[in-house]
Ligand binder design. Structure first.
Ligand SMILES: [Zn+2]
Length: 313
């Protein structure tokens, strides 16, 4: 059986798995990423994850290891297989010849891609986008990430510098964004933006909740109890997100918009609101073939997607 190792590198943990061609996870684990220490410490942890999977693979009959796929935050030079930078949550994660380094240590061919892109690829090959070939994947979390799949392949713009879906200009002269610009979709429609708005509105009403208590889940729970402020803030969040997605529909006219991340797991009500907004704002001729659906692979999208880089060759 042909398999590959998928590594999903995040700011706190590395999720990893041994995956077969059908996208089935045969073995999996998690390890701290040491992202707050140094790039060298992160590489050490990646190699430990790979060693763990190889130890398992060598104990099982008929497992043929084809290679290693790595999903990492930041901008990737796929031609030279270098992490260029842009991953604020990993110390020193700039100009790292990561593929070459992993290959020389493991003797296994290695492919790198951006983390949101591999999630989108995973959902396309094995999840909510399976059997479709034009897909927009959006992940809603602290930020907004995404991927565009055209004719079954990741579309990243020239030299792999594009598809920053969270940073499409949304409001002219709007609020500051983490990317250095202002008014990006992410600054209005991410989970962090929802939390920030909720806290500000509470403060305006003279209510104070400890900031670390307010999470996306906390707001969703209040929403379900009918709390007027939570209802107002979540309605606004879904309207913003739907408005952004309407833009993606008008540009790509995808068969499916797949939405992942912690907040979209809140339930059907979330998707009903986002769909209503998206189809209200999109041009109907562009949206005629589009469905907006939840991601299916959950927190395994990154590892399965990374592993599938090897199979998508
Ligand atoms: Zn931005």
């Amino acid at each position: 059986m042909e398999t590959s190792i998928g590594l999903d590198l995040g700011g706190t943990a590395i999720k990893y798995a041994l995956v077969n061609r059908q996208g089935e996870v045969l073995y999996q684990g998690t390890r701290p990423s040491s992202a707050d220490i140094s790039a060298e410490a992160v590489i050490h942890q990646l190699l430990e994850c790979i060693n763990d999977v190889r130890a398992y693979a060598s104990s099982v009959h008929k497992v043929k290891l084809k290679g290693i796929g790595i999903g990492t935050p930041g901008i990737i030079d796929e031609t030279n297989r270098i992490v260029l930078g842009g991953a604020e949550n990993i110390v020193g994660w700039e100009n790292i010849h990561l593929a070459q380094r992993i290959e020389s240590e493991t003797k296994l061919s290695t492919i790198l891609a951006n983390d949101a892109n591999v999630m989108g690829l995973g959902e396309t090959m094995f999840g909510a986008g399976k059997s479709y070939h034009c897909i927009v994947f959006v992940t809603v979390g602290t930020g907004i990430g995404g991927a565009v799949i055209i004719d079954g392949k990741l579309f990243n713009g020239y030299a792999n510098r594009g598809t920053e879906l969270g940073h499409v200009p949304f409001i002219a002269n709007g609020i500051d964004c983490a990317c250095g610009s202002v008014g990006c979709l992410e600054a209005y429609a991410s989970t962090a933006a929802l939390i920030r708005t909720f806290i500000a509105e509470q403060a305006a009403q003279g209510v104070e909740t400890a900031e670390d208590e307010v999470t996306g889940r906390f707001i969703v729970e209040l929403y379900k109890k009918g709390d007027p402020l939570a209802v107002k803030c979540l309605n606004q969040h879904c309207d913003y997100l739907g408005h952004g997605i309407a833009g993606f529909i008008n540009v790509f006219s995808p068969q499916r918009v797949v939405i992942g991340g912690g907040l979209p797991e809140a339930g059907d009500f979330y998707f009903e609101k986002v769909r209503k907004a998206a189809f209200r704002y999109a041009m109907s001729d562009c949206a005629v073939n589009t469905e907006i659906v939840p991601a299916q692979l959950g927190n395994m999208a990154g590892t399965i997607g990374a592993a599938s880089l090897i199979f998508s060759l």
